[in-house]
Design a protein around this ligand. Structure first.
Ligand code: DLL
Length: 426
């Protein structure tokens, strides 16, 4: 399945899409009305490319039909709920049939296999368990490949590090920011992850991170870090990079991915950045057709060096809706992180504070610096601050103020990091 020629994969996707559209048009009021209002009938879908005729779905649709209005199976076929908190507005509820759980688990098992996780591994799952999908998702996927799971969840970081040592944990699954925090706590406990544990891989995701962050993590621990992506609407964490680490594989039998221009809705070419739009081809309880995820990335359909023919998406660069507009200039927090992580004196923690002063946007970037770069000499610190400011100006094209922070001064996070504090009154 994973190495099928592209034409065959696309034929299979078309068959699944056709079935999905027929079913939803015939048996579901929401999809029926949406298609009718867009002037499209299932008979108009005659090849995979015809998917662009179908209307988009938005997060707002899920909120408007909260809790179960978009479910397409009887309530007694639903075996699990997860809830996505979201940044604003009502939460969204995701329901799963037995089949949905199996297909989610299978996707993750295939992803974990592609990075060499298997029967000999012990995976510590330090994503939150509960309504958040990270913990249970990674848990089921790891068990499916025969790994031993240590279901710690978040928090009690010192205990986590002791368990990691005691149980010979080889793989860690958590947010990148939590791993960075763990590395610091381990250091304080006198434990060097590289030499005092057998941890060799980390599956990091659920929030934006950068190549620079990956390098910091790998250089300080010797652990190989892989990106894992997914959203609760899709099911939860699902897709990872393979050993080649040249994009996140999207198994074509699970999901059809499009990249569009956020403004115009038109398709982007391979390699071009745009907004991810997904159609879930096998979901039962809550299908998604052309759902606008709002994550910004690019796609390639070229086969990967690993041999898999599935399309691959790039790292997520940011979200279309958390793009910051600072004095009229569009800035993604990921661009700021990218710039900071290329400055050797800068540590792993930073925070972006936005205020409006005399009607003008004012951006302050608080940056922790590495212990070895910290100096008592004011001239050294002033020089470093100006250097960081000028790098940010060069890359982002806006002037920002940098505040240097001592190692350990900024808040740490066990789940998703909150790095942007926007106090501007709009
Ligand atoms: O965060 C699912 C997940 C759990 C993914 C564990 C990976 C690992 P939500 O809470 O619905 O689901 O949040 C989804 O998080 O739209 C992205 O904006 C962001 N996100 C998730 N993974 C990544 C990643 C889970 N690898 C939202 N890189 C998505 C960047 C990510 N952003």
């Amino acid at each position: 399945m994973e190495c099928m020629p592209r034409a065959e994969l696309e034929r299979m996707q078309y068959m699944q899409l056709k079935k999905l559209v027929n079913n939803l048009y015939s048996f579901n009021g929401f999809y029926h009305d949406r298609m009718r209002d867009a002037g499209v009938h299932p008979d108009d879908i005659n090849c995979l490319g015809d998917i662009v005729k179908l209307p988009f779905m938005y997060k707002q649709d899920l909120r408007d039909h909260y809790p179960t209005g978009l479910f397409t199976v009887p309530g007694n076929e639903v075996v699990r709920y997860h809830v996505s908190s979201g940044t604003s507005g009502k939460p969204t509820l995701v329901g799963y049939t037995r089949g949905d759980i199996d297909y989610w688990t299978e996707t993750l098992a295939r992803s974990f296999t592609s990075i060499g996780i298997g029967i000999d591994d012990i995976m510590q799952v330090s994503y939150g368990y509960g309504l958040f999908t990270g913990g249970l998702g990674a848990h089921y996927g790891a068990e499916k490949v025969g790994a031993t799971v240590v279901p710690v969840g978040t928090g009690s970081t010192e205990r986590q590090i002791e368990l990691m040592q005691d149980l010979d944990v080889t793989v860690l699954a958590c947010t990148p920011s939590y791993f960075v925090h763990m590395i610091e706590v381990a250091k304080r406990m006198g434990i060097d992850i590289r030499n005092d544990t057998v941890l060799r891989k980390a599956v990091l995701g659920a929030e934006p991170w950068s190549e620079g962050m990956r390098k910091h993590i790998e250089d300080s621990t010797g652990v190989r870090a892989y990106d894992i992506y997914g959203t609760s609407e899709m099911a939860g964490p699902m897709f990872t990079e393979c050993e080649t680490r040249d994009g996140i594989h999207i198994p074509a039998d699970m999901m059809y991915a499009e990249i569009i221009d956020t403004e115009t809705g038109e398709p982007c070419a391979d390699g071009e950045r745009g907004e991810l739009v997904v159609t879930m081809l096998r979901k039962e309880a809550m299908p998604l057709i052309r759902f606008r995820v709002k994550d910004i990335c690019s796609i390639t359909h070229e086969p990967c060096a690993c041999g898999r023919t599935s399309p691959r998406i790039s790292r997520i660069f940011g979200r279309a809706d958390d793009m910051l507009i600072i004095r009229g200039i569009n800035v993604f927090p990921s661009q700021i992180e990218y710039t900071l992580m290329h400055i050797p004196q800068v540590g792993d923690q930073y925070r972006i504070l936005l205020d409006r002063v005399d009607s003008l946007d004012h951006a302050v970037i608080q940056v922790e610096i590495r212990p070895e770069a910290f100096s008592d000499r004011i001239e050294d610190m002033t020089r470093l601050r100006s250097h960081i400011e000028s790098e940010l100006k060069k890359y982002l094209n806006i002037a920002v103020t940098v505040e240097l922070k001592a190692p350990g001064e900024l808040p740490r996070f066990e789940g998703k990091a909150k790095r942007v504090i926007d106090r501007r009154v709009l």
